[in-house]
Design a binder for this molecule. Structure first.
Ligand code: SAH
Length: 512
C-alpha cells in the first residue's frame, strides 16, 4: 500500500475567505479532513463530498479528543495510505500545537507539509481595526499565551518582563485570566492607562470588539464584555482603532440574515451579504433537483430545431436544461438557431455562465411583463418554456393565442424542505435572527408552514422580512407576515439594496 501524507493547513482566523490559495486547493483534494472547533463550515464544505471528515473538537473545556488521540488519528489515516488534511484555525504554528503534530509525524516517518495561515493575532485584529504595529505607537509586537495562571511558577509567559516591553502585546487564550494578567503588568510597572482592546470571534460574522484600559480590566468588579474565543491587545496602537474600525461601519455589521431560497441559488448572494458585514444562515425552504422523469425534457431537447424561442423563468431552469443537454452528449450548438428570453438578471447571468446572451429581458422581472414583451416577438412562432414542475402558468396562458405553439417542459423539480434545522429554530426562538429573505410567494408560504406546531408566532415579530416583489409581499401578508422592505427591482440585488438602505437609515437614526 502506498504511504499517505499529512498537510497541516492554516484556515485563517474565521472568515473563510482568508484561507490561502494553496490551502484551498489542498483542501479540495483531501481524502481525510481532520478539523478543529475554530474552523468555518464553509471551508469544511470545500473538501470533496467523499472525504472522511473527522472533528477533533478543542473548544475550551470540551476537548473532543486529547492531543495524543489526534496525533494517533493523523498517523493512522496517513499510514492507511490517505491524503490527510489537518485543518487548523489561524496558522498551524501559532499556539495551535501544529509543531507537536508535525513532530509526531516526523518521528513516525510520515511525510508532511505545512501551509501557513493568517493567524488570529493579526487577521482577527485587522477585522477589528487593530494594527499590530504602527509608526506612531509600536515598532514591535509580541504574541503571548494567556492560558496559564500568571501566579504559577510554570507560567509560560514572562509577565514581569512584558510589563517593561514597549511594543504591542497580543494575548491569545487570555480573556479568562485577563484580570490577573493586567494586575501583574501594572504591579511590574506598566501604566494603568495603557489601552486594551478585546476582540471576540474576530472576522466571524458576530465579531465583538471592546476597548478599555489596563486599570479597568484589572478591577475584578468589572465584568468583561467578551468571552472566548477572544484576543486581547495591550498597547498604545489601540488608539488607532477608532479611526480604523472599518468592519463595524459596514452597513450590515451585526445583522443576521436567514436565506430561505434553495441553497444552489445562494452562493454569490451570501458572499455579497457577508462582505457587507452580515452573518448569513441558510435555511432552504425549497430544494431543487433534476426532473424525476426526464423523458419529456429529453424529447424537447432532441426537437430543439422545431422551436424559435426558448424561454427561461429562473436561473435553475437554465442550469438544469443546459446540464441535461450536456448529459445527453450534445453541446450548445443545439441552441445555435434559437432566440433566448430570460425573466430577469439572475436568469440572464445563469445564461452568461454558459456563454449565452439573452435576446430579450423585460425591464420588470415578472411573468406578466415577460409575456407582454414576448407577445410582440412570437407571433406564429414556436416557443419552448423550460420551468420547474410547479409555478405560475401565466406565460403559457397569455402566449398560447399568439404563438404557433407554446410547449412547457419541466427542467427541474421544486420540492418543499421538510423541516428547519434545530439550530435555526433555536435562533428563531431566541430572536437572534434580524432578517428573513422572501424571494417568492411559495417561499413565504413555506417559511410559515415549516414552523413546528408549538412555535410561538409572536417570536417572529422582531424579525424584519424582506420581500422580493409586490406579489411576494401579498402572499406573505396572506400568511401573516408583513415585510418591512420590498425590493424595487425583482432580483436579489434589488432585495439586497432594500435591506442595506433600511439599515443605513436605521444607523443614521441611531447616531442622531
Ligand atoms: N493557531 C491559531 C491560534 C490557536 S489558539 C491562530 O494562529 O490564530 C486559540 C486562541 O486563538 C483562542 O483562544 C483565541 O484567543 C484566539 N483566536 C482564534 N481565532 C480567533 C478569532 N477569530 N477571534 C479572536 N480570537 C481568536
Amino acid at each position: 500500500m502506498s504511504q499517505g501524507m499529512v498537510v497541516l493547513v492554516g484556515a485563517g482566523p474565521g472568515d473563510p475567505g482568508l484561507i490561502t490559495r494553496r490551502g484551498e486547493s489542498i483542501l479540495r483534494r483531501a481524502e481525510v479532513l481532520v478539523y478543529d472547533h475554530l474552523v468555518s463550515h464553509e471551508l469544511i464544505r470545500l473538501a470533496p463530498a467523499s472525504a472522511k471528515r473527522i472533528y477533533v473538537g478543542k473548544s475550551r473545556g470540551h476537548h473532543e479528543m486529547s492531543q495524543s488521540q489526534i496525533n494517533q488519528v493523523l498517523c493512522d489515516e496517513a499510514k492507511a495510505g490517505h491524503f490527510v488534511v489537518r485543518l487548523k484555525g489561524g496558522d498551524p504554528f501559532v499556539f495551535g500545537r501544529g509543531a507537536e503534530e508535525a513532530e509526531v509525524l516526523f518521528e513516525a516517518g510520515i511525510p508532511f507539509r505545512i501551509v501557513p495561515g493568517v493567524t488570529a493575532g493579526i487577521g482577527a485584529l485587522a477585522y477589528a481595526g487593530l494594527p499590530v504595529t504602527h509608526r506612531e505607537y509600536a515598532s514591535s509586537v509580541t504574541f503571548v499565551t494567556g492560558h496559564d495562571d500568571p501566579d504559577l511558577p510554570q507560567c509560560r509567559a514572562d509577565w514581569p518582563l512584558l510589563a517593561k516591553f514597549h511594543g504591542t502585546i497580543v494575548v491569545y487564550m487570555g480573556v479568562t485570566r485577563l484580570c490577573r494578567i493586567a494586575q501583574v503588568l501594572i504591579q511590574h510597572g506598566k501604566s494603568p492607562d495603557t489601552p486594551v482592546a478585546m476582540v471576540e470571534r474576530g472576522s466571524w460574522p458576530g465579531q465583538k470588539v471592546a476597548v478599555s484600559s489596563l486599570r479597568e480590566v484589572a478591577d475584578p468588579q468589572v465584568a468583561l464584555p467578551v468571552k472566548p474565543p477572544a484576543l486581547v491587545m495591550i498597547g498604545e496602537v489601540v488608539h488607532s482603532q477608532s479611526k480604523l474600525d472599518w468592519w463595524s461601519r459596514l452597513p450590515l455589521a451585526g445583522q443576521t440574515v436567514l436565506m430561505t431560497r434553495p441553497e444552489s441559488e445562494t452562493h454569490e448572494d451570501v458572499e455579497q451579504l457577508e462582505e457587507n458585514g452580515a452573518e448569513v444562515l441558510l435555511a432552504p425552504t425549497i430544494t431543487v433537483r433534476p426532473a424525476d422523469d426526464p423523458t419529456e425534457l429529453d424529447s424537447s431537447i432532441s426537437k430543439l430545431n422545431e422551436f424559435d424561442w426558448l424561454v427561461f423563468t429562473s436561473a435553475n431552469g437554465v442550469r438544469f436544461f443546459i446540464e441535461r443537454i450536456f448529459q445527453l452528449g450534445k453541446d450548445l450548438r443545439v441552441l445555435g438557431h434559437i432566440r433566448l428570453a430570460a425573466i430577469g438578471p439572475a436568469t440572464t447571468q445563469a445564461l452568461k455562465k454558459f456563454g449565452l446572451n439573452a435576446d430579450l429581458v423585460p425591464t420588470k422581472y415578472q411573468s406578466e411583463d415577460l409575456a407582454r414583451l414576448l407577445a410582440e416577438h412570437v407571433q406564429g412562432k414556436s416557443v419552448l418554456m423550460a420551468r420547474a414542475n410547479r409555478g405560475r402558468t401565466i406565460l403559457k396562458d397569455q402566449l398560447s393565442g399568439i404563438a404557433r405553439q407554446v410547449v412547457q417542459v419541466t427542467a427541474y423539480n421544486n420540492a418543499d424542505s421538510l423541516a428547519f434545522d434545530e439550530d435555526i429554530l433555536d435562533r428563531l426562538r431566541l430572536g437572534t435572527i434580524d432578517w428573513v429573505t422572501l424571494t417568492s410567494s411559495a417561499i413565504a408560504r413555506r417559511f410559515i408552514s415549516m414552523l413546528p406546531d408549538d412555535f410561538q408566532i409572536e417570536k417572529l415579530q422582531k424579525i424584519k422580512f424582506a420581500s422580493i416583489s409586490a406579489i411576494t409581499s401579498a402572499s406573505a401578508r396572506e400568511v401573516g407576515i408583513e415585510p418591512v422592505v420590498e425590493a424595487q427591482e425583482g432580483s436579489f440585488e434589488g432585495l439586497f439594496k432594500a435591506i442595506v438602505s433600511y439599515q443605513m437609515n436605521d444607523k443614521s437614526k441611531a447616531t442622531v
